[in-house]
Write a protein that binds this ligand. Structure first.
Ligand code: NDP
Length: 452
């Protein structure tokens, strides 16, 4: 028996917090979880899940044309946003229910309240009552961040998209990261006129140059009005929407402006600094390899730590936390070689080093092919795909794999296993191709296109 109300108090009911609470409770620990909004967090309520369902919805637009090219007699239909949105929210309600039942079934006390830290072992709830715990886990995630400019609050964020009463006729999306690019493609697919401003030279900074170059080209070819090296200079509420003056001198009125300019950790007003938890420059909680903060009884996982902002990473961090604290097996989270996908159209899947990053480290051979895939070419599309391997000259290990293609997310999950296992280019070559597929090119690239 401890002298505390709980062995573990989790703040935040997102993917990381819920997983940690459940698996800790399964060890026999007494666990509570507080959530101020809806169970499921960013991933389930306003991120990965609703986003992916919108990706599916938006992909049907091209399918009508393709079906006709394949001999089907189909007419173009109109997208009914309210009908889709109702179904979308019913699905999110269902998933939230699943999360609640999972917690309940694991014996976790669910507290529907905001919770802040009063001291190293005490949590304060919105009604000012307190709960004590041997360990406190902060898993409060992050939120979209608006740029620091006049009238930025005229803009919406990805949080608002799912709640729109009607789809806008036109939208300006600001940013060039995952969220900006994904929503540019989704909204374009749903019939919205999309303009995208990115302040840098090419979208998806940090990813392989050749791969992001192709995504950018394909997005523009499909009809996204992408302006590189461009940002918002001024914005005002005007008749008919939001007037925007851009750094390139253009002035346009859009129905909406959406900022996808990064996400900030949810640490404000949590009392973290007051009890001695160190915060980083962006307000993120500073943790060690075991997700422990400067206060030994307080741990933090997921987006609030701003390590890698991905759901499966938060879940890994949750599992490692429980191993460390409740199984007595100190376990570091492995943040090396994390595969990820950007659900643009076409998708991009990536694991490991970009060509540019690898070249800075060691001499490499680059194997790369770009071609028109059979399914789309037959339908008369000019879409191209890209398969690329970055290979160490010395060890022959595949250091990076980059795919731009329909279903690239599915492909990179599997290629990621080989890369994580340390496969060499020759291991890829020894694998017989699955024919005819797009991904067979990954095992049939003979000669490097360049070395250096
Ligand atoms: P990112 O950090 O990926 O991108 C932010 C973008 O906004 C960058 O292009 C950045 O430009 C730009 N930007 C930042 N500040 C300003 C400003 N003041 N004015 C103009 N542009 C600005 O953030 P996101 O919001 O797109 O995504 C957050 C995280 O969520 C991602 O890092 C990712 O980990 C995760 N995510 C993952 C998804 C997936 O796995 N498919 C999907 C969605 C999100 P610059 O490059 O010049 O800094």
């Amino acid at each position: 028996m401890t002298d505390f109300d709980y062995d573990l108090f989790v703040i935040g009911g997102g993917s990381g917090g819920v997983r940690a609470a459940r698996v800790a409770a399964a060890t026999g620990a007494k666990v509570a979880l507080a959530e101020e909004y809806r169970m499921g967090g960013t991933c389930v309520i306003r991120g990965c899940v609703p986003k992916k369902l919108m990706v599916f919805a938006s992909e049907y637009r091209e399918m009508f044309d393709d079906a006709r090219a394949y001999g089907w007699d189909v007419q173009d239909g109109q997208f009914d946003w309210p009908r889709f949105r109702t179904k979308l929210h019913a699905e999110l309600d269902r998933l939230e229910g699943v999360y609640r039942r999972l917690l309940d079934g694991s014996g976790v006390d669910i507290i529907d309240s905001r919770a802040t830290l009063a001291d190293a072992h005490t949590v304060k709830l919105a009604d000012s009552s307190t709960k004590s715990a041997k360990h406190i886990l902060v898993a409060t995630g992050g939120r979209p961040q608006l740029p620091d400019m006049k009238n930025a609050d005229l803009g919406i964020t990805s949080n608002d998209i799912f709640k729109l009463e009607a789809l806008p006729k036109s939208i300006l999306i600001v940013g060039g990261g995952y969220i900006a690019c994904e929503f540019a493609c989704i909204l374009h697919g749903l019939g919205v006129e999309v303009t995208q401003f990115y302040r840098g030279a090419q979208i998806l900074r940090g990813f392989d140059d050749e791969a992001r170059g192709l995504v950018s080209e394909e997005m523009q070819q499909r009809g996204v009005n992408l302006h590189l090296g461009t940002n918002v200079l001024e914005m005002e509420k005007r008749e008919g929407g939001v007037w925007v003056k851009a750094t390139n001198g253009t002035e346009t009125t859009f129905d909406h402006v959406m900022f996808a300019t990064g996400r900030a950790p949810n640490t404000e007003g949590m009392g973290l600094a007051d009890i001695g938890v160190a915060l980083g420059r962006q307000g993120e909680i500073v943790v060690d390899d075991y997700s422990q903060t400067k206060v030994p009884s307080v741990f933090a996982i997921g987006d609030v730590t701003n390590r890698v902002q991905l759901t499966p990473v938060a879940i890994r961090e949750a599992m490692a936390f429980v191993e460390t604290v409740f199984h007595g097996k100190p376990t570091k989270v492995d943040h090396h070689l994390i595969p990820s996908a950007i659900f643009t159209q076409p998708e991009m899947g990536t694991v490991g080093l970009s060509e540019e990053a690898a070249r800075d480290i060691e001499p490499v051979d680059i194997y790369c092919t770009s071609f028109k895939p059979m399914q789309q070419a037959f339908a008369g599309r000019s879409d191209r795909v890209l398969m690329k391997l970055v290979v160490s000259k010395e060890t022959r290990r595949v250091l990076g794999c980059h795919i731009v293609s329909p279903h690239a997310g599915e492909m990179i999950q599997l290629a990621g296993i080989a890369v994580k296992m340390g496969a060499t280019k020759e291991d890829f070559d020894r694998t017989v191709a699955v024919h005819p597929t797009i991904s067979e090119e990954l095992v049939t690239m003979r000669d490097p296109v360049r070395s250096g």
